[in-house]
Design a protein around this ligand. Structure first.
Ligand code: UFG
Length: 334
């Protein structure tokens, strides 16, 4: 099977490409290098022994994307490419709507034209909004998203649902990730944020490496076991393996709309993560408790039982693995 992976040089994309190649898929990547680097291609080759074909193209450039479909017989698509910074999306909503929505519509239009009707979309737990319970299951349905980034995830899910309703030959997977961290155990690929990170683990890594002085813990008066925010962290390698299972499901079960949560089903606080990181890596992480970050929720984690039942997938790696592998990658960057 030949899979086209958009955003395949990015954090989750590259780990998924490794798993796909290791499971015998022929992978073609489209990436515009907005938040990734070309040498990831060589790292993928170092890990798997196979160099995927890479097109440095932008999904907004519809003609160029169509050329890729003309040149290659593509069987299915995994669509990661998109902007993902919540804060930036509030400042520049048009940039987010244009890139994420128009890029996706271009891709779907071309897929339709070339009769490629299998797609997995990289969605997020953010589509649940604030459902009022901490354990999110797929049966809750989409809620009210709270920022343009989240809105694009929710809107794209809706677009894909409408597409399926209009033509139920499509096989569509919507994968809702919780908080992906960690890195490949080789330390060759991982998350490399540009500038000051927004997310917790990349920020901890920069404090650990001495690039930033201390971590700002956004509030310690949440309704959680230690007052700091609780999230469901999932190892990116587990996530990559989940994509292979989801693709197999689409191939086996045929047309349909398949929705799965991908999380570890465990909630850890900001301080749990800091303490585990310190213990596993034997490094002190300086932190200060500061104001809450607007829009953050107290606590949520995944109910991933549907993925376990229907895909035979379950997150296997521990928080210790995630902290160790994240730091192992970061150390190799110097
Ligand atoms: N946090 C800090 N300090 C930081 C960064 C984060 O204390 O410097 C805290 C947050 O307040 C939160 C937790 O760490 O309690 C996790 O925050 P992240 O920014 O790492 O992740 P979020 O849970 O806010 O958001 C993530 C992704 C979104 C996605 C969402 C889905 O970044 O893209 O999960 O649930 F939409």
């Amino acid at each position: 099977m030949r899979v086209l992976v958009t955003g395949g040089l990015g954090f989750i994309g590259s780990h998924t490409v490794v798993e796909l190649i290791q499971n015998g898929y022929d992978v073609i990547i489209i990436d515009n290098l907005y938040n990734s680097e070309l040498d990831v291609k060589d790292k993928i080759k170092d890990i798997t022994g196979i160099e995927p074909k890479v097109y440095i193209k932008d999904l907004l450039d519809k003609k160029e994307i169509e050329n890729i479909f003309k040149e290659n017989k593509i069987d299915e698509v995994i669509h990661f490419a998109g902007y993902k910074a919540v804060g930036e999306s509030c400042k520049e909503p048009l940039k987010y709507y244009n890139n994420n929505l128009v890029g996706t519509i271009n891709l779907l239009d071309i897929m339709k034209k070339y009769n490629v009707k299998k797609i997995i979309f990289s969605s997020s737990a953010t589509v649940y909004g604030n459902p009022g319970v901490p354990k999110y299951s797929e049966s809750l349905g989409r809620g009210k998203t709270t920022n343009p980034y989240g809105n694009t995830k929710s809107m794209i899910e809706q677009i894909l649902e409408d597409l399926y309703k209009s033509d139920n030959i499509w096989s569509i997977g919507l994968l809702r990730y919780f908080n992906p961290i960690g890195a490949h155990e080789s330390g060759l690929i991982g998350e490399k944020p540009v500038g000051i990170p927004n997310n917790l683990m990349p920020y901890i890594l920069k404090v650990a490496s001495g690039e930033l002085e201390y971590l700002r813990v956004f509030g310690n008066d949440y309704n959680t076991h230690d007052g700091t925010g609780v999230r469901d962290y999932i190892h990116v390698v587990d996530l990559g393996k989940g994509h292979v299972k989801a693709l197999e499901k689409l191939e086996k079960s045929g047309p349909g709309l398949y929705i799965y949560n991908f999380g570890s089903e465990k909630g850890y606080s900001v301080l749990d993560l800091v303490k585990t990181f310190e213990k596993v890596n034997n490094i002190n992480i300086n932190y200060k408790i500061v104001e809450r970050r607007p829009g953050d929720l107290d606590e949520y984690y995944a109910d991933s039982s549907k993925a376990e039942k229907e895909l035979g997938w379950k997150a296997e790696k521990t928080l210790e693995d995630m902290c160790r592998d994240s730091w192992n990658f970061m150390k190799k960057q110097k």
